[in-house]
Ligand binder design. Structure first.
Ligand code: ZN
Length: 181
């Protein structure tokens, strides 16, 4: 049946007592019909509220849509994170980065932070900038020996071009694998 243009066509007050009806039949846009108790609303707000409800999905459809969205989003985030993790692990192995120390969760996160920061710095400083490859090797070597996961997590929002200054500021406490002798 085609929709009529009347704004009140999809809400029907149920009149079984005098005064403004408290129970309304709502024809939701999803196609479901629901009886709503609007007695908690002021008498002069019920018709407007009922019409507003009719412009939305019924409770069941609304919840179903939200649950699906949330699951999809969580799945998508988990998938993207796994891909990032794999890329970061592969990169760390390829460039002989030191294993990180910290809790498992911190190490995984820090591995992604390190991958992101160091590769972004290489792009900014060498590929797009004018730093020569030898100077970059020194920075990379300094980055390679910073093994404390927390250090990399702390730099997660750093400007990539600040990497040379950041790695120079790292202390021996941040380099757990380095033998000072
Ligand atoms: Zn529905």
């Amino acid at each position: 049946m085609p929709q009529t243009s009347s704004p009140t066509s999809n809400v029907t007050p149920k009149r079984n007592s005098p005064g403004v009806a408290t129970h309304w039949t709502i024809d939701h846009v999803c196609g479901h019909q629901a009886d709503k108790d609007l007695s908690h609303k002021a008498a002069d707000e019920r018709a407007g509220f009922a019409r507003w409800l009719a412009t939305r999905d019924c409770t069941a459809c609304w919840q179903a849509a939200r649950t699906t969205d949330t699951d999809d989003t969580a799945t998508w985030i988990a998938g993207r994170r796994a891909a990032e993790q794999e890329a970061a692990d592969t990169w760390a192995h390829q460039f002989d980065m030191q294993p990180l120390t910290g809790t498992d969760k911190a190490v995984q996160w820090a591995t992604r932070c390190r991958h992101q920061l160091v590769t972004a710095a290489h792009t900014s400083l060498v590929i797009e900038g004018d730093l020569d490859e030898q100077a970059w090797q020194d920075i990379e070597q300094a980055a390679r020996t910073i093994g404390r996961a927390g250090w990399w997590i702390d730099q997660r929002d750093a400007d990539p071009t600040d990497l040379p200054e950041l790695v120079a500021a790292a202390t021996t406490a941040d380099r757990p694998h380095e033998n000072p002798f």
